[in-house]
Design a protein around this ligand. Structure first.
Ligand SMILES: [Zn+2]
Length: 504
């Protein structure tokens, strides 16, 4: 079969300060730059990206792939109208040029908001559908953070969502989309669709699929696929937990099911939605203040093996933070925490000054709080011992960053009392043990570890952690969604699990 493939990925935070323009999609970040033509088919080989999994599976099945356009940009505020229209036009032009085709696959995120559209993916899918007509299958993969809309479901034959956060199954999801297309080619009857929107938002930190309740919800979801419900078989089921900082009516978790009969699709979607609804109290995670989290961790410091891990989620550089707020660090020092460490604080000036002073020296620093991420904070003005200086170059070994060469610039490991800080010259989410270990700091030996990360740290630090506390310390990635100035959500939706209804 001849399959046209493309992708257009953006996770839009409508509360973020800067927009994604065409240049943001054209350039590379942690993913490749915009790809088109034959290069698209080889640019992703071996990567954990949906289109890579799709290409590998479809090629193995013997299909001919016709490249459209694939691009992505780092999460930010709205995609500009110019960027969306240019990329959509490039996609449609390439689609026209690839005729005749038997199917289309798109690698989408599902939470794209543009300057002129609340539902970027719904519009793109509608334009592709208008171009190919109703008989050619159109299948897309979606991020677990998709805010799925009725238009997206209406225009696509199937939407296939990730099932992990940290997202370790992106390539696998692309392969599942290829397998779904293969079953259509093999004669799967046109599938009935059912979609259910849940009526509460789920904060990012409690969406993690390594912990409950998401863990059991996804385990059950996988079992529903292939089941007979009444006289219809369920071909595909997805649960997207949603991306909450998005002020649109369709923001929030969604369940989607596809089956041979409408009754079977409805039954599967209702069953899944009921489970997600029942899990609402368990998605409500305690948010600790820095003071109480540090006091608790100190009181329990000698209670077992491995550190108590404090997630400094609001200053997560993977979600808009600068990685330099000092709320939790100041508490560790003030309360005299033993065997404690923080990773990774972004402060090139202090790292440079420590390097200049040299290992073993005592150096007076104004540490952190320099970039304005928390306007009320001031740097920590104190004397630190320089324990170790590195060039910040090392190989990540954990499951999230696994295999990437990290480059943090001049990095200093500093000590004050029982508290150590790894200070880097570049921003990075602390989600790999080597980010500490390359300075000689062994996380397994700590009593208390603070990470500037929301969820991805759990992939590598989770197995070490005795307990994880999510801490609400200064930073722009607001954890308590009831503090966001939403205006356009659906009336009645609860912005926090078990919280008050919006607009009522
Ligand atoms: Zn995601």
């Amino acid at each position: 079969m001849r399959i046209a493939i493309g992708g257009f990925q953006h996770e839009t935070n409508t509360f973020a300060p800067s927009k994604a323009d065409y240049a943001a999609f054209a350039q590379s970040d942690s993913w490749p730059a915009l790809q088109s033509g034959p290069a698209l088919l080889t640019a992703f080989t071996g990567m954990n990206v949906p289109v890579a999994g799709f290409i590998a599976a479809a090629t193995k099945a013997g299909h001919t792939l016709k490249p459209l356009v694939w691009c992505s940009a780092t999460p930010s505020a709205h995609v500009t109208e110019d960027a969306f229209e240019r990329i959509a036009a490039m996609t449609l032009d390439a689609l026209e040029g690839s005729a005749p085709i038997d199917a289309v696959y798109l690698d989408l995120h599902g939470a794209m908001v543009t300057e002129h559209l609340d539902d970027g993916e719904g519009e793109l899918l509608a334009r592709v559908r208008a171009a190919i007509g109703t008989d050619i299958p159109l299948v897309a993969s979606l991020d677990l953070h998709a805010n799925v809309t009725p238009q997206m479901v209406a225009e696509a034959d199937a939407l296939i969502g990730y099932r992990t956060y940290p997202h370790v199954d992106m390539a696998e999801t692309g392969a599942r989309a290829a397998a779904h297309l293969d079953s259509i080619f093999a004669g799967l009857p046109r599938q009935a669709k059912a979609m259910r929107k849940l009526d509460y938002l789920i904060p990012l930190t409690s969406q993690c699929t390594l912990i409950e309740p998401a863990q059991h919800l996804y385990a059950h979801l996988a079992k529903i696929e292939g089941q007979m419900r009444g006289n219809g078989r369920v071909s595909s089921a997805s649960f997207t937990t949603g991306f909450p900082p998005v002020d649109i009516a369709d923001c929030g978790p969604t369940v989607i099911a596809y089956a041979d009969t409408q009754a079977a699709a409805d039954d599967a979607a209702d069953a899944l939605a009921a489970e997600v609804a029942a899990a609402e109290p368990r998605f409500r995670e305690k948010l600790w203040s820095a003071r109480e989290a540090v006091a608790y961790a100190i009181a329990n410091a000698d209670g077992g093996h491995g550190p108590i891990v404090l997630a400094d989620t609001q200053d997560n550089p993977g979600a808009g933070g600068n990685g330099d707020t000092i709320g939790i660090l100041a508490e560790l020092i003030a309360q005299g925490a033993p065997r404690a460490a923080l990773g990774v604080l972004y402060d090139p000036e202090s790292a440079g000054a420590a390097a200049q002073a040299g290992e073993g020296a005592q150096v007076r620093l104004a540490l952190g709080a320099k970039t304005g991420g928390a306007p009320d904070e001031k740097p920590i003005d104190a004397e630190f011992e320089v324990v170790r200086i590195t060039d910040g170059e090392f190989l990540a070994t954990g499951p999230f960053y696994g295999g990437s060469r990290m480059s943090l610039g001049v990095t200093a490991r500093l000590r004050i009392g029982g508290v150590e800080v790894v200070v880097a010259s570049r921003k990075a989410q602390c989600a790999d043990r080597e980010m500490l270990r390359h300075t000689g700091l062994e996380p397994a030996n700590l009593a208390i570890l603070v990470v500037k990360s929301s969820v991805h740290f759990r992939a590598d630090f989770g197995p070490l952690a005795r307990e994880v506390l999510v801490v609400e310390s200064p930073g722009p990635n607001i954890a308590d969604l009831s503090k966001l100035p939403y205006k356009r959500l659906r009336k009645g939706i609860r912005v926090m699990p078990m919280g008050a209804g919006f607009g009522g």
